[in-house]
Design a protein around this ligand. Sequence first.
Ligand code: DX5
Ligand code: ZN
Length: 224
Amino acid sequence: MHRMKAFILPSLLAADAGRLADEIKRAEDAGADALHLDIMDGAFVPNLSFGPHIVAMAKRVTSMPLNVHLMLQRPDLFIKPFADAGADTIQIQVESSCLVLETLGKIKALGVAPAIVLNPETSFESALPYLFLVDECLQMTVYPGYGGQKFKSGPLSNIRALRAAAKAAGKPDFTIMVDGGIDRDSIAACAEAGANAFVAGTALYSKADMKSEIARFRSLVSRT
Ligand code: DX5
Ligand code: ZN
């Protein structure tokens, strides 16, 4: 079997909002591979979170890659501010009200890696038209909008189908990321289905010793 490196991404949404810079450094010191930043507009999801200034702050305080998840109705209107802020990857939801292919092209043209996101009930087939342009797909395992929700196992079938589709498209190193309710109990099932990148907010930031928890995640993934 082609074993892929497992990427662990703490989600800043679950960090102590009064100490964001320290919380970013805590993730880096704990051995995280990248930082996940959730951007919400109160329209695509019923909540608000960060804007580009928080991404720019993260860029100043860490050398970890910044993985920016846009939960926006019109992500196409905000690509440049997030690229300028220092995003390394920009993920857009296929359900948003924009021209997805054009928006992915816009992200790429700014020198940022484009990625697509699927909600739990979105068919994996919605991702297929974009596979030629992206190297990463984020499969939501909760409805986006809030941290701390319970993991949904329904999307595991999408992960299996996406992994097969990526292989068939000649992309053995395609990244399949999962987000929502990822913890000690759910991570192995995602890895077994074909995910190789794992976002976790509550399960990592709630631990005083994030380093041990990340190590535990890695050992659970490596056993699959
Ligand atoms: C949910 C966000 C997630 C969130 C995950 O809308 O996209 O990234 O921070 O939080 P947990 O790991 O607590 O489910
Ligand atoms: Zn997210």
